[in-house]
Design a protein around this ligand. Structure first.
Ligand code: SF4
Length: 346
């Protein structure tokens, strides 16, 4: 059996989730929008890091047609990221991307490999920095603040510093190349894809406010059109969502004004002790997994049900669970495709 980093992370989050997701591949039929966005972002940023010209075209069908604001954000982030890191990117030699590894799970106390169990993963990219240092490159996208001096940003970086996935990737990389010590983290803050609500205006640029009878409201003094809403008095400002073009201009201006709010890179290392610790964690997870399969026990971790976003299997657990032979719950299907957990920092 081989186990992936995503599988171990899922097991640690909730064994019952692992049971649904990996034992039976019972998955929601519709991916959340952040999956599609994250996947497209990874692919396009990876191309543009190597070749800035690749940023010039992002085809319409990159994302589903129901995500026009996401697509606008993607195009702008790509363009601004490329220009912000242009010099830094030129100083890096970009190696092959998403090279899979499949390594034995070794007990660090005895140095003996576990039988019938291997660990697989797929780091974003191997790179060589301008001082000759070899490293891994990992891209993360987040909707949180990424300024490490802010409380929310500090939390993001603390999570990344302790990130299990990075420790595993470094462990795997060092098996082949012991000189690899660090990961270059490239973190991108995503703008909200929600359009602002803007006032509807007439041909003179005046806002349109209607009274309780649905008529254009007039100020009592002066007879001019009223410009403000009032819930108590029944005046309602007429609005519309920002167009994609307006949204693009707003996002572009915000990013150009201060790119450091949106783009940060930092090198993160692991000591030998930390690598040994993660080897123990992997071994322990593999033992837990083997026992769970053997005993067919998949306990629920209720602290994971409602997190940053609700667990995607919450409807099943709320309905009393699911066992093989039960009807497939609405909104789910059994899939043979590999689960893609994305790389969203939450
Ligand atoms: S809803 Fe809760 S118990 Fe059920 S799979 Fe998700 S995290 Fe686990």
């Amino acid at each position: 059996m081989n186990v992936s980093v995503s599988q171990i992370k899922c097991l640690r989050t909730c064994p019952r989730m692992y049971y649904f997701n990996y034992v039976h591949k019972l998955r929601p039929t519709v991916d959340p929008e952040y999956f599609s966005f994250g996947r497209a972002m990874h692919r396009l940023i990876e191309q543009s890091n190597r070749d800035p010209e690749a940023t010039s075209e992002v085809p319409e069908d990159t994302l589903p047609s129901t995500m026009p604001y996401h697509l606008a954000a993607l195009r702008i982030l790509l363009q601004e990221h490329s220009s912000h890191w242009a010099e830094n990117n030129r100083s890096i030699s970009w190696g092959a991307s998403e090279q899979p590894f499949d390594i034995s799970i070794v007990n660090p106390a005895t140095n003996r490999p576990m039988r019938n169990f291997t660990l697989r993963g797929r780091p974003d990219c191997a790179i060589t920095l301008d001082n000759g240092t070899q490293a891994l490159y990992e891209l993360k996208t987040t909707s949180s603040d990424i300024d490490p001096t802010s409380k929310q940003g500090a939390n993001v970086w603390t999570r990344l510093i302790l990130d299990f996935q990075i420790s595993v990737y470094l462990l795997a990389a060092r098996r082949q190349l012991p000189t690899i010590q660090t990961v270059l983290y490239d973190v991108i803050r995503k703008p909200s894809p929600k359009p602002h609500i803007v006032p509807l205006t007439d041909e003179n640029g005046l806002k349109i406010v209607l009274d309780a009878a649905g008529q254009r409201a007039i100020n009592q003094r002066g007879g001019a059109f009223r410009q403000t809403a009032s819930k108590e008095q029944g005046y309602v400002l007429q609005t519309r969502p920002e167009t994609v073009e307006e949204y693009s201009i707003r996002i572009q201006e915000a990013i150009s004004k201060d790119p450091t709010i949106w783009f940060r890179r930092s090198s993160i290392s692991r000591t030998d002790q930390e690598i040994e610790d993660v080897a123990s964690e992997i071994l322990q997870a593999a033992h837990i997994l083997r026992a769970a399969h053997h005993e067919n026990r998949w306990p629920r971790h209720d602290h994971s049900c409602i997190g940053f976003t609700p667990c995607r299997w919450l409807p099943i657990c709320l309905a009393g669970g699911w066992s093989p032979g039960d009807p497939i719950p609405e909104g789910f299907s059994i899939t043979q495709e590999a689960a893609e957990n994305g790389k969203e920092v939450q």
